[in-house]
Design a protein around this ligand. Sequence first.
Ligand code: ADP
Length: 191
Amino acid sequence: MKPDAVLRGLVGEILARFERVGLTIIGLKLVKPTLEHAQAHYPVTDVQLSQMGNKTLSTYASLGLDPKREFGTEDSVAIGRMIHKWNSEFLSSGPVVACVLEGVHAVKKVRALAGKTMPIDAAPGTIRGDFSSISPAVSNLLKAPVHNLVHASDNENDPDEPQKEISHWFQAEELVQYVPVSNHASIKFDR
Ligand code: ADP
């Protein structure tokens, strides 16, 4: 959970949504990351910056916005680099809640619960859709990242991303393995 979620007092509400679908919390802590820690959390290769830049270019196209006016460039890597800076500064403004969730297709499920990156596009019922309606057009005027409450590991471009992010935020001994109660339930067939 990013600083906007913590400052708005939405930690319990957001965690409850993950628990409600049967995901198990195996790591959890409140931290104020350093700028260096936040910078290292967000990917920095040109390919990754370009992916973020391209995603932004397509959002801008769909909103009828001119990326050159907002960012001073149409270059996807340069746009990605600007967003990386804003993201790192925002995340390190802290506090954030780091959380490791375990469960069936947990990465996919958490991203579905989070909703689309841009709160204006995120469906009602999702975390981003229910608690924000911010648009990149407004955020970029303020030279800020889109405040969309949560980060959620992805595994589409890099299958190892979730594991890398877990190691970035947690020591192995901070993760607690246990069998959740629902897994103990035995199905009884009376007939
Ligand atoms: P997601 O968080 O859904 O995986 P990305 O990895 O594409 O999305 O982007 C990382 C974060 O960067 C987003 O959650 C959002 O806070 C911020 N961001 C992305 N695009 C923009 C943009 N055009 N303007 C401001 N912030 C952005």
